[in-house]
Design a protein around this ligand. Structure first.
Ligand SMILES: C[S@@+](CC[C@H](N)C(=O)[O-])C[C@H]1O[C@@H](n2cnc3c(N)ncnc32)[C@H](O)[C@@H]1O
Length: 277
């Protein structure tokens, strides 16, 4: 399965799950600034400039830098944005989408220069040491928008076996805690912002709730569900508390329930916005 295809698929779910009150706050935080500058770190395939344009959050004349350490996803972002109905591509490779000029920079977020009006990190902070990353992003900008910070719930319904489901969820979250990021990033961002001298001025949950509607899943939802079940299965494979044969049966059961249009998936996440100092 493809990570880029997954990122594009999740955009259609996020279109309905990003919290509107936090988006309103982002609009207020940059309102009145002439030609505001935005730095998005870990921009992936470019979903956020599309969301912000469609939700009319950024003023005309905004200059938006989409930074990612993965040049391949940025190529996809450039292509995707240039195919958007409101876009025009300039000779320098930047794409103007509905009055916002989006440029693409391949690099590490810790090497980025500061001076931005707004820093955006969308579904990224749970991959990083949260305190250090938040401090760095607040240093780069006057205000911040951190949507889709994962916050410790990965649930599938119907259950396979409650005890085994719980062990899988715990083992999956432990793999996040073992990496730089943390499975409870959303709630940790509040303290990280305060410790960095900033202020959270809006926060709300942006949970993903995927379920088969009257017409079943959309193509994007089906892809996203398969990707998530396989990601969870791969992540916990080899964990001492997870029996390998049962895990295989768990994955097969979840995939079959996707085919049968039956599986419900819930991920708890938090969107936050505020001032950097
Ligand atoms: C889960 S994806 C999210 C992409 C996009 N924001 C979205 O939600 O569709 C995380 C992205 O962060 C990027 N990333 C992770 N660590 C980074 C770093 N230190 N500097 C720059 N980009 C980073 C990855 O390459 C990846 O594209």
């Amino acid at each position: 399965m493809s990570f880029k295809r997954y990122l594009n698929a999740k955009a259609s779910v996020e279109r309905r799950s990003l919290d509107p009150t936090v988006l309103k706050e982002v609009e207020a935080l940059i309102k009145g600034r002439t030609e505001p500058t935005v730095l998005e770190v870990g921009a992936g395939t470019g979903s956020m400039p599309i969301h912000l344009s469609e939700k009319d959050v950024l003023p005309e004349g905004t200059s938006y830098t989409a930074l990612d350490k993965d040049g391949e996803v940025l190529d996809d972002a450039r292509r995707r944005l240039s195919e958007h109905r409101l876009s025009e591509t300039g000779s320098d490779g930047a794409v103007n989408i509905d009055g916002t000029e989006v440029g693409f920079v391949e690099g590490d977020l810790y090497d980025a220069d500061g001076g931005y009006d707004l820093a955006v990190a969308h579904a990224v902070l749970d991959l990083l040491p949260v305190g250090e990353a938040v401090e760095h992003l607040l240093d780069l900008s006057e205000a911040f928008y951190f949507p889709v910070c994962f916050d410790g719930v990965t649930a599938f319904e119907p259950t396979y076996d409650e005890g085994f489901d719980r062990r899988i969820e715990e083992a999956y979250h432990a793999t996040m805690d073992d990496r730089a990021g943390a499975s409870r990033t959303g709630r940790r961002v509040f303290g990280a912002v305060r410790d960095s001298g900033g202020a959270v001025t809006a926060a709300a949950s942006s949970d993903w709730v995927l379920f088969p509607g009257e017409d079943g899943y959309t193509e994007d939802e089906r892809y996203m569900l398969r990707y998530i079940v396989e990601t969870v299965g791969d992540a916990v494979e080899g964990a001492p508390e997870i029996d390998a044969d049962r895990l295989q049966s768990w994955v097969e059961d979840r995939l079959r329930r996707i085919e049968d249009e039956e599986l419900v998936y819930i991920a708890h996440q938090i969107d936050l916005a505020g001032r950097s100092n």
